[in-house]
Design a protein around this ligand. Structure first.
Ligand SMILES: Cc1cc2nc3c(=O)[nH]c(=O)nc-3n(C[C@H](O)[C@H](O)[C@H](O)COP(=O)(O)OP(=O)(O)OC[C@H]3O[C@@H](n4cnc5c(N)ncnc54)[C@H](O)[C@@H]3O)c2cc1C
Ligand SMILES: *[C@@H]1O[C@H](CO)[C@@H](O)[C@H](O)[C@H]1NC(C)=O
Ligand SMILES: *[C@@H]1O[C@H](CO)[C@@H](O)[C@H](O)[C@H]1NC(C)=O
Ligand SMILES: *[C@@H]1O[C@H](CO)[C@@H](O)[C@H](O)[C@H]1NC(C)=O
Ligand SMILES: *[C@@H]1O[C@H](CO)[C@@H](O)[C@H](O)[C@H]1NC(C)=O
Ligand SMILES: *[C@@H]1O[C@H](CO)[C@@H](O)[C@H](O)[C@H]1NC(C)=O
Length: 502
């Protein structure tokens, strides 16, 4: 058993409060939670680790308490208790924040764990799904499929939560057809900093609706999402081509990527039904182009595949990474998810990873200068025995002909990425610090000669200062607008993490 004072000292270490004041505020919080009969755990609870363990093992933090609400009123009371104690709040949905922000991104916050908000109900008449704020993507996809053969555009990992993912973007191979996660939000039930539970959409509480789609971490807690689903595609072509020769030299890599990019711009073959990305890794032979096509295998084979392959200077290797097959919607999602099933346990999810990731977003195709710099860096420092850590990059197509992401106009949401063309994610590096240095360099290399570039909110990178984060995630104009909304919706900055809007 850990003595109370040691516990308080530990959880309070990084809140900029004098210890006596901090101890008082934690005691105030716990007393308030107890008085209101809100289920909660602290470091002293036997099952603490089950709730406090972060997905990213590289970044662990100790909250002052974690509440386990079962009703919107519990969420509201949790918020009011934290407000009284002046303790910052972050909700946790799937817990997959790259920076562990749902656990605070620092010690001593109140985490509101949404695992009991796990229902999915599809209205067959409208196709709108009501989805609890703690639902994970695998269960979401299964639920809407089983209830009406419906689909949503979102990311691939079944364990990711709708709470963070849909409110900060939400990209998957289907997003060129259905939009980003946040584009499909038609209404939200939100608990605000003053404890009110409000419904927000385009007409009602439209400022809340706007801010929650892009900056939810700073504005409130989504209890329920209302998501516009689409009919699931009748079949999906799951495809991948491996070009090991592409990494034989910088000019080979640049030529291959340039070919893929020309293909991506070709409106005679590329439409919303095609979603894809390029993967590269420290394995000097891994350069794959892979994705999904919502159409028939015959059409894919006769028009799309030849158009892609004719642009690339190499023929694909006949290895395990070159695959073209037609599958049903759920099989496609399961293959992309990389787990045997999409179903995720409602309690006790215990998967973790130890990682670091960064991103580059750009609204234009990459100029040759950026490609030479990026692949030059990779071949100079990042492949085979030269790589300081194992890493991989995924470069996903958001834009291009007929993309349903880029049709959204400015002002649609508190999100700056609707005009992205490519989004690069450079992943892994973990400890040692040489890994971080390597990935920072890799990320920078991709921005050479790229006039305007940003970073993707769902790949939060805690190494950025607040100022850098605001600029890269939101840009000046959107940031100013959000600062204005924050003053009215959360003036005491209750909902906060190290990069949230203040
Ligand atoms: C293995 C893995 C695979 C991934 N794959 C993809 C992918 O394919 N595509 C993609 O776009 N991204 C992907 N991501 C990134 C992912 O979208 C983000 O990490 C996302 O924010 C995670 O959401 P979450 O609910 O699981 O995280 P959490 O850690 O629970 O939340 C993240 C942030 O959102 C806030 N938040 C959570 N729930 C709510 C709520 N109900 N109301 C308001 N705020 C809330 C939290 O306080 C925190 O600040 C992946 C991440 C991982 C770890
Ligand atoms: C402790 O916090 C409560 C509630 O905020 C406040 O009323 C009280 O004065 C505080 N006590 C000390 C010693 O700071
Ligand atoms: C919705 O439609 C599906 C079939 O498409 C059916 O199985 C289900 O029962 C319907 N749900 C409701 C609530 O009507
Ligand atoms: C690199 O990838 C190839 C193709 O997938 C594989 O056969 C090989 O074993 C990998 N090499 C290393 C060092 O991981
Ligand atoms: C499509 O192409 C793939 C890969 O070349 C091949 O395996 C498959 O048999 C082809 N299918 C059809 C229907 O043409
Ligand atoms: C990062 O690398 C470590 C060790 O090389 C590995 O165990 C882990 O799965 C990798 N994480 C990701 C996200 O690839």
């Amino acid at each position: 058993m850990i003595p109370l004072v040691a516990f308080l000292a530990l959880t309070g270490t990084s809140l900029a409060l004098p210890p006596s004041l901090f101890i008082n505020s934690t005691l105030t919080l716990l007393e308030c939670l107890t008085t209101n009969a809100i289920p909660y755990v602290t470091l002293l609870s036997p099952n603490w680790a089950e709730y406090a363990t972060t997905f990213n093992a590289r970044l662990e933090y100790t909250p002052a308490a974690i509440t386990l609400p079962t009703t919107p009123l519990h969420i509201s009371q949790s918020i009011l208790c934290a407000s009284r104690a002046r303790i910052p709040v972050q909700p946790k949905s799937g817990g997959h924040s790259y920076a562990s922000y749902s656990t605070g991104g620092r010690n001593g916050i109140l985490q509101i764990n949404l695992e009991n908000f796990n229902s999915v109900t599809v209205d067959n008449a409208t196709g709108i799904a009501k989805v609890g704020g703690g639902v994970r993507l695998g269960n979401l996809a299964l639920g809407i499929w089983e209830q009406g053969r419906r689909a949503l555009g979102h990311g691939t990992c079944p364990g990711v939560g709708v709470g963070g993912h849909f409110t900060h973007g939400g990209y998957g191979y289907s997003s060129r057809a259905f939009g980003l996660g946040l584009d499909q939000i038609v209404g939200l039930e939100v608990v605000l900093a003053d404890g009110r539970v409000v419904y927000a959409d385009e007409r009602k509480n439209s400022d809340v609706y706007y801010a929650m789609r892009g900056a939810a971490d700073a504005f409130g807690v989504v209890v329920n999402f209302y998501l516009q689903t689409s009919p699931a595609p009748p079949q999906v072509v799951q495809w991948s081509f491996s070009f090991p020769q592409a990494l034989s030299s910088v000019s080979a890599a640049v030529g291959t990527f340039r070919g893929v990019q020309m293909f991506a711009l070709d409106g005679t073959v590329v439409d919303r039904n095609l979603g894809f990305g390029v993967t590269i890794s420290n394995n000097a032979t891994v350069f794959t182009v892979h994705g999904t096509y919502f159409g028939s295998l015959t059409k894919f084979n006769s028009t799309i595949m030849p158009a892609l392959l004719s642009r690339v200077p190499y023929t694909p290797a006949s290895d395990s990474k070159s695959v073209v097959e037609e599958v049903d919607w759920i099989t496609s999602l399961t293959l992309l998810g990389g787990a045997p099933t999409l179903e995720v346990p409602l309690h006790g999810y215990d998967q973790r990873d130890n990682f670091f990731a960064k991103s580059v977003t750009t609204s234009e195709p990459f100029p040759d200068e950026a490609l030479r710099s990026y692949f030059g860096y990779i071949l100079d420092k990042g492949v085979g025995v030269k790589a300081p850590v194992s890493w991989f990059a995924i470069i996903n197509l958001y834009g291009g002909p007929d993309s349903q992401i880029t049709t959204k106009t400015e002002g649609f949401a508190a999100y700056s990425g609707h005009d992205d063309f490519w989004v690069i994610q450079n992943l892994n590096g973990t400890f040692p610090s040489s890994g971080l240095t390597f990935l920072n360099g890799l990320n920078d290399a991709a921005t050479v000669g790229v006039p305007e570039h940003g970073a993707y909110l769902n790949y939060v990178d805690p190494t950025y200062s607040r100022a850098e984060a605001y600029k890269l995630y939101y840009g000046e104009e959107l940031y100013e607008k959000l600062v204005g909304l924050k003053k009215t919706l959360d003036p005491r900055n209750l909902f906060s993490n190290p990069q949230s809007i203040v």
